[in-house]
Design a protein around this ligand. Sequence first.
Ligand code: GLU
Length: 420
Amino acid sequence: MASAEIAPFDSSALGASLGAFERAADLLSLDPGMRSFLAKPRRSLEVTVAIRDDAGQLRTFDGYRVQHSLTRGPGKGGLRFTPEASLEETTSLAMAMTWKCALVDLPYGGAKGAVRCDPERHSESELERITRRYAALIMPIIGPGRDVLAPDMNTGEREMAWVMDTYATQTGLLGDAAVTGRPIVLGGSAQRRSATGHGVAEAVRLAARAFALPKPLRVIVAGYGNVGSKTAELLLADPEVLVVGISDITGARYCESGISLPKVAEVLDGGGAIADVEQGERLLPHELLELDCDVLVPAAVSGVVNVANAGSLSTRVVVEAANGPTTEGADAILADAGIQVVPDILANAGGVIGSYVEERGGELALESGRAAGIISSRIESAFHATLARAEAMSCSLRDAALTIAIERVADAHRVRGLFP
Ligand code: GLU
């Protein structure tokens, strides 16, 4: 792939996570030693993923696996394939995984992986070679009990099966997998597929109750992919919820009386996109964010709520289904406008809770409903703890959630001590 096809490195992502970390560390009066320890990843591996493309040409891609924390348990976090991937972004996302796992009290550290490539431009066999080569290169630091991968942006069960197979054939260890989010035939759980959406829907319900939002509850889901569509479908199980807006990169639809999701599913199942949906008002994806609703759920890419549009939002609450959808500058504008933000490390933690059930639950994970119950109860406890902390510290939900998580990781580190 020519370098011109790849976006420039974005170091702002790490700056924003560190900024949020420093703010929370100030609220906790965290000592300088612990502060610098937690601000840095334990280990970062940069690799050059070389493959032969379908035409036989040698091609290289930058790859990363960052383990931000290994204090509360093994590394845990997704693997993403995007043209924007960078070491800075991967580090920032690994740090977010540490706080996410600690907030919902999972016995994991935090990690993230990425390959800087555009999956749209590769055949399935090229993607398989990229995935397997990447897995082989990061082999020394991953595996059950060390660091366990999962799906993230542009990766899913297919990629997890390739990583699992590469790991197993290289190590000869066929029992526990180095990934969660596996296909069901390889020991995955049906609930893992909908786990993130399940957690987001739970967070929306909790926010509606906590902030006394009106009924029917009008929700906009910006980014109708796997997480967004699951969230919307699960929310509609409640007759007092209306999904009034949805979007993907092709377009957006807004309808005051609610969008019929089965009709949307018909279009998408037939290979169409949101731009092909014949319902409601037709808009551009970014225009949808500013329309009237009670809860806005940004469910796709990061940075969609930013200083350019934060002042124009017409919602009471933002529930962050994506990782990092609200920029630091936008956070301040939303706080001034009295708009509550349920942060990503809380709202989208259902995915990693589902991974935990898959990894540790064994056969039990396959029992229908079990994962859903565990996701709901963990999100609920974390939500109430975050609300209480925000009130006690007079801070935002994001800062409150971060203080709880940082405190847990710092406590775990103090108890373990340093060796050697
Ligand atoms: N990629 C998901 C996340 O960002 C899931 C991670 C996992 O299950 O390890 O939370």
